[in-house]
Ligand binder design. Structure first.
Ligand code: NAD
Ligand code: MG
Length: 403
């Protein structure tokens, strides 16, 4: 692979500073977002009205100073004083706890990067949606757990939803809005994870450390294990359904170990449009924050001759039942997405703690989904939290029984 040509302008001229708040700035998505912003002109090009993190106060304070943020928030209410003293003398406002997180989402901006992990990202992102901000959406739970509620809020708020998950970002790039009626299928690519070629017996014996080694992307522990089990792809199927308003039967998954094709859209005339690039999250992040323009991003360029080939195979749903569970959740609708996700979180924690094996995760999720298949639909964010909590409680009781 080759590097970006140095002769290209770093970023097209920009007249006004673009205002971008970052929810979850200290995480992988957040840090990559700040890196891309710094490459595209830093403080000259961007203002940062609000920035949030949780436990890593040192990093959060450093990011707030570097960007000249207006408001810095830690999600942990007990860390307020620590953050306050780390930012003493800067004039940066400081907040802590859930209400301050929501306030961070409410601060006036052009775009909010939603990079908080988990259901905790929902309330602050919805606050940004409600005031009509454009959203760079990395957080999965907004769509997986609160899909219909979230998309209705986007429509009401009037802002644009710019997917940052690389597969959905790819689809967003090649989906022809004026040809929506002609879309036949959406094809999500999956690396297949480290166990692509393992037998079920081999998969049953893997440890969390082995499961966390993603072949192409460097990510946190939980998302890496979710990739290995393909629960990450399951969440992405549900995300795609809500983002692009398509039916469950129109969503396909194909294993593509090189992760060069980030995803594809198939049209009724048989054409398939794909978006390609090196596996690097800065690509999708840069696309979202520069939209509708394209900026010169600090990512490697594809060298097709060096690549030589791209491989594909059908996923084996016996070994990766997460994909079947995603389809079941979509078909059942209502709060089953929230239930799948909540149960998956509980099962994932049990796997990391050594309580269950790798394949036990899908069994727990399936049983929890069946137990909570009551046709409930979310009327409010509280219903989503309740479904998440119920799913974790049911999964925990099943885990106790299996111990
Ligand atoms: P991460 O764990 O690296 O960072 C998460 C961020 O959220 C941190 O800033 C952390 O301080 C904050 N946070 C954690 N718990 C919180 C809580 N309870 N309340 C408020 N803030 C909290 O995660 P990440 O890899 O950056 O992923 C962020 C989101 O983007 C996830 O939903 C993930 O699934 C999604 N995503 C990530 C990638 C990736 O490559 N990392 C790719 C696609 C989608
Ligand atoms: Mg993805």
């Amino acid at each position: 692979m080759t590097h970006a040509p140095a002769s290209l302008p770093v970023s097209p001229p920009q007249t006004e500073r673009r205002r971008i708040s970052i929810l979850g700035a200290t995480g992988s998505i957040g840090c990559n977002t700040l890196e891309v912003m710094s490459h595209l002109g830093g403080r000259e090009a961007f203002a940062v009205p609000a920035i949030t993190g949780m436990g890593n106060i040192g990093l959060l304070a450093q990011q707030a100073r570097q960007t000249g943020a207006g408001f810095a928030v830690t999600a942990d209410p007990d860390r307020y004083h620590e953050l306050k003293s780390a930012l003493a003398g800067t004039g940066i406002e400081v907040g802590a706890g859930p209400a301050a997180l929501v306030e961070a989402g409410e601060r006036d901006t052009d775009l909010v990067m939603a990079g908080i992990v988990g259901i905790a990202g929902l309330a602050p992102t919805l606050a940004a949606v409600a005031r009509g901000a454009d959203i760079g959406l990395a957080n999965k739970e907004c769509l997986v757990s609160a899909g219909d509620l979230f998309t209705a809020a986007i429509t009401k708020g009037g802002g644009k939803l710019l997917p940052v998950d690389s597969e959905h970002n790819a689809i967003f790039q090649v989906l022809e809005e004026n040809q929506r009626h002609a879309i036949q299928r959406i094809i999500l690519t999956a690396s297949g994870g480290p166990f692509r070629n393992y037998t079920r017996a081999q998969m049953a014996a893997v440890t969390p450390e082995i499961a966390a080694a993603h072949p192409n992307y460097s990510m946190g522990l939980k998302i890496s294990i979710d990739s290995a089990s393909m629960f990450n792809k399951a969440l992405e199927m549900i995300e795609a359904r809500h983002l692009f308003g398509i039916e469950p039967e129109q969503i396909e998954v194909i294993v593509h170990p090189q992760s060069i094709i980030h995803s594809m859209v198939g049209y009724c005339d048989g054409s398939v449009l794909a978006q390609l690039g090196v596996p690097d999250m800065r690509h999708a992040i840069g696309y979202a924050i520069s939209h509708p323009r394209r900026a010169n991003l600090p990512v490697e360029r594809l060298d097709f001759a060096a690549l030589a080939r791209l491989d594909f195979s059908a996923p084996d749903e016996e070994r990766f039942p997460a994909l079947t569970l995603a389809r079941t959740a979509m078909q059942r609708g209502g709060l089953q997405g929230a239930v799948l996700n909540g149960a998956k979180e509980a099962a994932l924690e049990a796997f990391i703690a050594g309580q269950i094996g790798f394949l036990g995760m899908a069994d727990i999720v399936a049983a929890t989904m069946d137990r909570l298949d009551d046709g409930r639909v979310a009327q409010s964010i509280e219903d989503v939290y309740a479904a998440d909590k119920d799913a974790r409680a049911v999964a925990a009781s099943l885990l106790r029984k299996s111990a």
